[in-house]
Design a protein around this ligand. Structure first.
Ligand code: B12
Ligand code: SF4
Length: 518
């Protein structure tokens, strides 16, 4: 069968700082190709809708498989499904991915029959069977016999896990414009996955609820083999928390060193993991680790408590100190709460000015699939999916909305002043020249884009857009949530986490429902 795999457009933040390859849909595309289908891939972060429709009309696929990791992309995908069905009434249009899994039935309802089904959870496990089943019988009631399938007739059994992550590789070769992917100065940049899931359980996050609080790893051998097949000099490691288990990080690093692979890396981890596994990160620095993202979230203990991150402030600051000592460029995230007043923004602004790190400010946003979605007592001010991108306020702001955005953008401006524009050209001259000599201009071009994307007037205008599709309201408020009611993949308890007893204990000590950290 002819299958077009697609990834939706970029959201606000990714219009400047980075654009990364869509690893999820590449992995699905690989699985479909492996089962004998003719697969093409289009990424709307790089190509536009006109290119998508040209592909639909000229190639006339039998199936369109859309990736939906982000809530904010839902209206776009629903509209594309309708427009695709207008052009190809017999096409089988289905969707999968992180956010689609949490709001599957709503997406199907919005689409008025244009989306045939949503496949929840990690798609590799069932996607080939789904296509096979749909080829002979598209009856929504039959399709839901398969794990993870949701159709207009209801939902099937819980999604299945893949047996072994080593068996699955993204079809990187199907991506058409690989030179368009970059992060900061890593230009061009590929992505890779060494592990899946997260054993912690932060209240604002759905990474753990998606995988039933499991944590699995790719073997060091398979990870290094995959890395060796990547042509780009930059690599973004997509793991939610990199190198939770020191031995795994070390084994991959040793494989890289043995095979003489030279690349530059970006990864995301927690401050307490960084401090626990210092040797691993020190070793990775020698292998080419350039950037690290630490989810600090708040610079006061109250804020940390609110996000239920049981890592102490002093640990976070110690982690920053350690990362600095390694000479790694650190980016951190701070969550701005809609209840903030002028003073609170000012405190953060001053702090941002004092430290050398890149500080990203996001807005506290309850998402379906998180604990906050159920426990957050404040009323949503909007149910427009497009505003759920952690750059817009969807909860009531204490300041008038225009003042809130004014403060938010003024605080984000510090990043612009410190790390972008001419100042960056001066600091990064050598790297930029090297990138240019290889024909890579992504980094250079991002340096002056800030003001065209981060602008309070544009954010306010987003609130005034006509809302075509509205998210369902959150369930009735509860103070305590049974995590089993949030999971997409059912929990397998301790045996679902590939970590040793010491690490499990460490997670217990630092996770929200565990014992307090000392
Ligand atoms: C890498 C990553 C990114 C990359 C995106 C790369 C890309 N172009 O896809 C970058 C850094 C750019 C990014 C940015 C953002 N991200 Co992000 N990101 C992730 C992260 C850490 C891993 C995703 C990944 O690649 N995993 C590896 C691949 C193999 O898995 P996967 O994509 O999930 O795909 C599997 C399944 O989902 C499914 N699947 C996926 N597509 C399809 C399609 C079909 C047809 C089927 C059947 C199945 C299927 O099968 C795949 C294989 O098992 C996730 C956290 C997580 N654990 O999911 C957050 C996450 C998805 N991001 C999140 C957020 C909030 C953002 C931002 C909005 C943040 C911001 N500051 O603005 C931006 C918006 C990006 C945009 N669209 O423009 C949230 C999503 C929230 C939501 N519900 O909308 C997550 C869950 C993080 C979190 N902890 O909350 N992100
Ligand atoms: S540590 Fe917390 S915020 Fe980070 S991925 Fe895990 S659950 Fe989400």
């Amino acid at each position: 069968m002819k299958i077009l795999a697609a990834h939706p457009s970029s959201l606000m933040y990714t219009k400047i700082f980075l654009r990364l390859e869509p690893l999820g849909i590449e992995t699905i595309a690989a699985e479909l190709r492996r089962s004998g289908h003719d697969v093409r891939l289009i990424d709307l972060q790089v190509d536009d809708h006109a290119a998508y429709f040209r592909e639909i009309e000229s190639w006339r696929p039998d199936v369109v498989a859309f990736s939906c990791n982000y809530l904010a992309n839902i209206p776009e995908i629903v509209d594309l499904a309708k427009a695709t069905k207008d052009r190809l009434p017999d096409v089988f249009f289905f969707v999968g991915g992180h956010s689609a899994s949490f709001v599957a039935a709503d997406m199907i309802a919005h689409s008025d029959g244009a989306i045939d089904c949503v496949l929840k959870g990690e798609g590799e496990a069932t996607v080939a069977r789904l296509i096979e089943a749909a080829a002979s019988d598209r009856d929504p009631a039959s399709l839901i016999e398969l794990p993870g399938v949701v159709t207009a007739a209801g939902a099937g059994p819980a999604p299945a896990f893949v047996r072994n992550l080593d068996d699955h590789h993204p079809a990187r070769d199907l991506l058409r414009h690989r030179r368009k992917y970059f992060i900061g100065v890593l230009d061009p940049c590929a992505s890779i996955e060494f592990s899946r899931g997260c054993p912690w359980d932060c209240s604002f996050c759905s990474a753990w609820t998606f995988y039933g609080r499991s944590y699995r790893v790719k073997s060091a051998e398979a990870s290094v083999d995959e890395l060796a097949s990547i042509r780009e000099p930059g690599v973004f490691i997509v793991d939610d928390v990199a190198f939770i288990q020191a031995e795994h990080g070390m084994a991959i690093g040793e494989g890289i060193a043995r095979r003489g692979i030279r690349k530059q890396y970006y990864l995301e981890t927690r401050g307490d993991v960084l401090l626990r596994n210092k040797d691993v990160f020190r070793f990775w620095k020698t292998l080419g680790l350039q950037y690290m993202f630490l989810g600090v979230e708040a610079i006061d203990e109250d804020g940390l408590k609110r996000f239920r991150k049981r890592v102490t402030l002093s640990k976070n600051f110690e982690a920053l100190e350690f990362a600095r000592s390694l000479g790694i460029m650190v980016a951190i995230n701070i969550i701005a709460d809609p209840s903030w007043d002028h003073q609170q923004f000012e405190v953060i602004r001053q702090w941002c000015l004092e430290i050398p790190e890149i500080v990203n400010i996001s807005v506290n946003t309850p998402y379906p699939g998180t604990e906050s979605w159920v426990t957050e007592a404040r009323k949503l001010t909007t149910r427009d999916y497009r505003l759920f991108d952690i750059q817009h306020a969807v909860l009531p702001t204490k300041l008038p909305l225009h003042e809130f955005y004014g403060e938010l953008v003024r605080t984000q401006q510090v990043l612009n002043r410190k790390h972008l524009g001419w100042r960056a050209v001066g600091a990064l001259a050598g790297i930029l020249a090297n990138n240019l000599s290889r024909g890579q201009t992504n980094t250079l071009r991002m340096l002056w884009k800030f003001n065209s994307v981060f602008n309070p007037q544009l954010q306010l205008a987003d609130h005034r857009q006509t809302v075509k599709y509205e998210m369902s309201t959150p369930p009735p408020h509860r103070d305590v949530v049974d995590p089993n009611t949030l999971y997409i993949h059912p929990a397998r308890g301790r045996r679902g986490r590939a970590i040793d007893a010491d690490t499990e204990n460490f997670v217990e000590q630092t996770r929200i429902n565990g014992k307090p950290a000392v």
